[in-house]
Design a protein around this ligand. Structure first.
Ligand code: KIV
Ligand code: NA
Length: 264
């Protein structure tokens, strides 16, 4: 596999090839996922939940994200490395610039931030200075306390329309990738068709340009519960590398997510 860049992912969308991505937090898993042919690895702030056992992602710090990014980087040869900006590390542009620098210097090739059009100036500032940005809409877990729980987003028509507008504005600001989390599958499809940058869905239906799963969910080892939108690929294969290869091929063939994994 050749080295994967933001340009490769854009080309995949243009050619109608599905993008498979997964989270990782250390060198060993990152190396195995890279060798299995995964297109991007996210060092997610989900590590607060799956590694640290916290109730949500809010306690995660930029130092912890930088540490795990360094670990992942050492295991990766070809895969694109995306690192999450944790809670309140991009509340304003200056904070975002200095904190994103830490993740890029730790080995990331792109940073991810949760939020809509309020992020536009921050995104432009980062991209102009050489830091690619992945945006994230829908159920943005850092806002769990505003949502009043981990709930499917964009269910009413106004909210759905707003999300499509936000996606267009994020693209215009310079975002090169967009994660869509826990939204109805027809909204996932509408957003993916409304913008030219690739969309990566998790609980966003099968019509997004790619999929992402938290590795613990994909392997059935989450310490909390198994989300509706995930599938245990290890159960079908009994081998971690084969599980990830199966995930990639099921996404490529359009078999994952299935009807049982989507929100209507
Ligand atoms: O933190 C994370 O793992 C994420 C993905 C679920 C998209 O943000
Ligand atoms: Na995250």
């Amino acid at each position: 596999m050749a080295k994967i860049t933001t340009a490769s992912l854009l080309k995949m969308k243009q050619q109608g090839e599905k993008i498979s991505t997964i989270t990782a937090y250390d060198a060993s898993f990152a190396k195995l996922f890279d060798q299995a042919g995964i297109h991007a690895i996210l060092i997610g702030d989900s590590l607060g939940m799956v590694l640290q056992g916290q109730d949500d992602t809010l306690p995660v710090t930029i130092e912890e994200m930088a540490y795990h990014t360094q670990c992942v980087k050492r295991g990766v040869t070809d895969t694109l490395i995306i690192a999450d900006m944790p809670f309140m590390t991009y509340a304003n542009k200056d904070q975002a610039l200095s904190n994103a620098t830490k993740l890029m210097q730790a080995g990331a090739s792109m940073v991810k931030m949760e939020g809509g059009a309020w992020l536009n100036d921050t995104i432009s500032a980062l991209v102009e200075r050489g830091i690619p940005v992945c945006a994230h809409l829908g159920l943005t877990p850092q806002s769990v306390n505003v949502f009043g729980g981990f709930k499917v987003q964009g269910r009413d028509a106004d909210k759905a329309k707003q999300m499509i507008e936000d996606a267009k504005l994020l693209e215009a600001a310079g975002a090169q990738l967009l994660v869509l989390e826990c939204i109805p599958s027809d909204l996932g499809k509408a957003i993916s068709e409304a913008i030219t940058i690739p969309t990566i869905g998790i609980g966003a239906g099968k019509d997004t340009d790619g999929q992402i799963l938290v590795m613990h969910d994909a392997l059935g080892i989450s310490c909390s519960y198994m989300p509706k939108f995930s599938r245990n690929f290890l159960k079908d294969t009994g081998d971690i590398k084969k599980a990830v290869e199966l995930y990639i091929s099921e996404v490529a063939l359009g078999n994952f997510p299935g009807e049982e994994h989507i929100f209507k």
